[in-house]
Design a binder for this molecule. Sequence first.
Ligand code: ADP
Ligand code: MG
Length: 704
Amino acid sequence: MTQHTTRRECMNLTEIYGNNVFNDQVMRQTLPKEIYKSLRQTIEEGLPLDPQVAEVVASVMKDWAIDKGATHFTHWFQPLTGITAEKHDSFISPTPDGRVILEFSGKELIKGEPDASSFPSGGLRATFEARGYTAWDYTSPAFVKDGTLYIPTAFASYTGEALDKKTPLLRSMDALNRQALRVLRALGNKTVKRVTTTVGPEQEYFLIDKKLFDERQDLILTGRTLFGAKPPKGQELEDHYFGQIKDRVAAFMADVDTELWKLGVAAKTEHNEVAPSQHELAPIFSTTNIATDHNQLTMETMRKVALRHGLVCLLHEKPFAGINGSGKHNNWSMGTNEGQNLLDPGKDPHQNAQFLLFLSAVIKAVDEYAEILRMSAASPGNDHRLGANEAPPAIISIFLGEQLTDILTQIEAGGATKSKSGGTMNLGATALPSWAKDSTDRNRTSPFAFTGNKFEFRMVGSMQSIAQANFTLNTIVAESLSLFADRLEKAADVQKESASIVLEVIRKNKRVIFNGNNYSEDWVVEAKKRGLPNIGNMVDAIAAITAEKNVAVMGKHGVLSPVEMESRAEIQYEIYIKTINIEALTMVEMAKRRILPAVLNYKGDLASSITAIMAVDGNTEVETALFAQISQLVRSFSNNLTALEEAVKTAAHLHGDAKKQAEAYRDLVFKAMAELRKDADMLETMVDEDYWPMPTYAKLLFNL
Ligand code: ADP
Ligand code: MG
């Protein structure tokens, strides 16, 4: 049954790492030299692929995969559902004499033709126009998993519109590369060939016992609890964060690591998170595209491995009300093929003109395109985090920290002459080491924080693909860089022009910089004064997709066309509508078939015992009071149940106008769900636990 891999069994880590990946080392060893060189150059410089090269690669890749036990191959893609899709084909090809040979052609490697009609297309595809294509993304390595060769691919319609998350991501990486190179060239850099964006996503999740999970229809159907009273103990003691990892969880983590390492996913850090039963896994960063694929693999692997351990991995942004939700910290930076991190301030950032220019590009982008960036983290699940009273808030602002803020302040006042340093850290005991202190403290409340040599975008939801956040970031930063390049390329004195660009950004965009506590009420007021948008829910956030300036910027950089943008807005509305609808229907069913019968049972038994006690001593004060309270709550619960059913009917009726319908689901259905929940959660605290029809929060969260 459960397999426990101990850390010791994983000691041959260097051997298993990347063992199932058709990575650079394997390619170098297996491909003919010329082919390898050509493919390498194609990947590194982002060139188009030579079909003859593909033919050879396919054949070699097939032999390698068969060696690893693969019988099938699949084009693995990321449709707009947010999860991955795959269709498996075996390598077999029959011969006239009744046998089979194993084949895999360059054509099969490069292109697939899945039926596109059953994936969301936002009106781009009618069901009868089913043809879609998958195209090999050779910048993300293929791998073998469960007897199948997985080939990362992009997914597009017959007419060439992107129907997935990878296509715009790859396009945005090209866009950023183009514009960053222009800026670097203008600054005098002649050698850099490519600038890539890098990402390390920290993944949060909950683990709960599978047996308890199976008793909760809401978890099974929606991934979150729709009912559940607050347990007597939550996260207030702060005893879970970084706490000792329990054996069962440690065994799970060790297994996940092993699986991920085999797939070349550099799982690095694991710890307990703030909420009980909540944990985090962080990989070592890689290029955005690979990081996005790897994050999908990480989520899939965690889900699968959990089951082996009798656990369920909950990736929902808010599985439990009143308890911290889960997010994904999207650590983002830009780096050159020469190994330089463009967001590394170096020792004296105030003199580092190139760094200040790239930093300014990010500040400008985040301020001027806050709405579309906010949208990139919008999901029904994330609505419970963003804009609710937990991390991070829905207002986009940037934490820069003391050192950089000080430099920008100096520049604005006429010129920067020094960079503050952190000084030396001395803990006051000779037995403890001393070290050079970081120039800046951390800020855990900021949605977009500078953390030394990268920005950490903390809004992304735990279940979301990180593709959207990153193609948005890449594109809006590419836009800043393109405007900078336009000026630098024309400037007589590049240094002077560069300095004045930085100064202009400080003046114009400094409103987005905020180093204080983002959770405070004061910040909400202050942000409003500064004119920063505060978009509290997904339905409102979606409007950004079709806003003129955002359509323009995505179009200008060739990331998404106006038609593609429109279809994506449509899909987001659909996702919201469907999600809330499923949640509401699940609530109705649980209310009718579980909670109500249980409470009525209890009420009936209470009534019988009141009659019985009455006959013995005539004093039923306590029982009668309880009975009255429960009766009143049941009545309210029943009324609210009817109200929710009505709300669903009304909202469902509005189909045809996605925006209007989504608004109705938010304003009518979602509200009615909250009302119904209130009564049920109150009843849960009063009804005998033997009668209660599902495991409580205390059981779910403190059971492992
Ligand atoms: P913390 O946020 O707890 O300080 P780390 O400093 O370990 O954690 O980094 C968190 C994540 O940031 C890791 O996944 C790490 O690989 C990633 N990261 C580090 N440097 C970069 C970079 N240049 N670009 C993108 N991600 C990075
Ligand atoms: Mg972090």
